[in-house]
Design a protein around this ligand. Structure first.
Ligand SMILES: [Zn+2]
Length: 305
C-alpha cells in the first residue's frame, strides 16, 4: 500500500480548535494507510465497512485504515505546549520503510507557523513509543541533544521507569529493539540534560491542562484534558488508535502492553465523554481528527461536526 502523504504538512491547511482561551493546532508529520485487521486482531474488513461514518476521514472505500501522525500545539494564556513529537529526524523510523527514510518537516512547519522550537516551554508525551517522542531530540555534531531547549519535558513516572528498565515484558523482539533505541536516542539525552520532570497520576500542568492516566496501550500512558471557560477537550494519545474502537472498544492493538486494561480504559473514557460537550481529539485520527462521542446502542460513535 502506498502512502497517502509523505512527511511535512506541505499545502494542507492547518487545523485549529479553540477551547475557551486555549488554542490547539495540529501539525501533520505524515499520513499513511494501515491494514487494521493486522493492527487489531479482532477486526475484520467487513466489520470496518459496516461503520459508515468512518469514511472518508478514517477508512478508504476498500476498508483500509487511514492513520495520521501529528503533533498538537496547545497554547494557553500562560503556556506554549507541544503534545507528542512524532517520528523525528534522522532516526530511520516511520510507519513504513519508505517514509522512515524521508526527513521529517515537523520543526520547519512549526517555525513557519510562528512556533520556533525555542519558544516552547512545555513538552508532553502521552507515552514513550517511537512515534510520540521522535522530535524530542535532534542530532547536533554527532550527538542527540534536546530539541526544545527552553522547555520542561513532563512525563509520567511509571512510563519512564518501565522503558528505562529491562524490556523483558514486551513480547515482540523487533518492537523491543525499536523501543530500546527509541529510549536511548529520544528520551535519555533529555534526561541527561536535566529537562525531564517525572509526575504521577492525575497531574495539573496549568490552570487549563491536566494529564489523566489512561493505561493499557503502555504502562503509564496519559491523555490530556483541557478545560477553559466551560469548554472541554480530551487529547486521546494512543488509548484509541482509530475511531473504529469507539464501536468496538474490545479491539485492542496487537502490541498493547495490557490489552484488557486498554479495553477498560476505552470503555471508561468513552462512557465519561459520551453525549457531553467534550471535543475528543485523536492522536492518530486522520482528516477531521476530532469529534464528539455519542452513545449508539451498546457502544459509541464519533460525531464530527
Ligand atoms: Zn502512536
Amino acid at each position: 500500500m502506498t502512502n497517502i502523504r509523505g512527511r511535512g504538512q506541505g499545502d494542507a491547511p492547518q487545523q485549529v480548535w479553540h477551547i475557551g482561551d486555549v488554542t490547539i493546532t495540529k501539525f501533520v508529520d505524515c499520513v499513511e494507510e494501515h491494514d487494521l485487521t493486522h493492527l487489531f486482531p479482532k477486526a475484520t474488513v467487513q466489520a470496518l465497512l459496516d461503520i459508515p461514518w468512518l469514511q472518508p476521514n478514517f477508512l478508504t472505500a476498500d476498508g483500509t485504515g487511514i492513520f495520521s501522525y501529528h503533533a498538537l500545539v496547545v497554547e494557553t494564556p500562560t503556556r506554549r505546549i507541544i503534545v507528542d513529537t512524532c517520528w523525528g529526524y534522522e532516526k530511520g523510523r516511520g510507519p513504513s520503510e519508505e517514509l522512515a527514510q524521508i526527513q521529517s518537516l515537523l520543526l520547519e512547519d512549526l517555525e513557519a507557523a510562528g512556533y520556533p522550537r525555542e519558544s516552547f516551554d512545555t513538552v508532553l508525551c502521552t507515552h514513550l513509543h517511537a512515534d510520540h517522542v521522535g522530535c524530542n531530540t535532534m542530532m547536533v555534531d554527532g550527538k542527540w541533544v534536546p530539541t526544545f531547549t527552553n522547555a520542561r519535558y513532563i512525563l509520567n513516572r511509571t512510563e519512564f521507569e518501565y522503558w528505562k528498565a529491562p524490556y523483558d515484558m514486551v513480547p515482540d523482539p523487533e518492537f523491543i529493539h525499536t523501543m530500546e533505541a527509541t529510549f536511548y536516542d529520544s528520551v535519555a539525552p533529555v534526561h541527561e540534560a536535566g529537562l525531564i520532570d517525572l509526575v504521577e497520576g492525575t497531574h495539573k500542568i496549568c490552570e487549563e491542562v491536566t494529564l489523566v492516566p489512561t493505561p493499557g496501550h503502555s504502562p503509564g500512558h496519559v491523555s490530556i484534558h483541557i478545560a477553559s471557560r466551560g469548554e472541554q477537550a480530551l487529547i486521546t494519545g494512543d488509548m484509541a488508535h482509530h475511531p473504529s474502537q469507539l464501536v468496538h472498544t474490545d479491539w485492542s492493538l496487537r502490541w498493547d502492553f495490557d490489552g484488557e486494561q486498554s479495553v477498560r480504559t476505552r470503555e471508561q473514557v468513552f462512557s465519561d465523554a459520551a453525549d457531553k460537550p467534550i471535543l475528543v481529539i485523536g492522536t492518530h485520527w486522520a482528516g477531521v481528527t476530532a469529534g464528539h462521542v455519542k452513545r449508539d446502542g451498546d457502544s459509541y460513535r464519533l460525531q464530527c461536526d
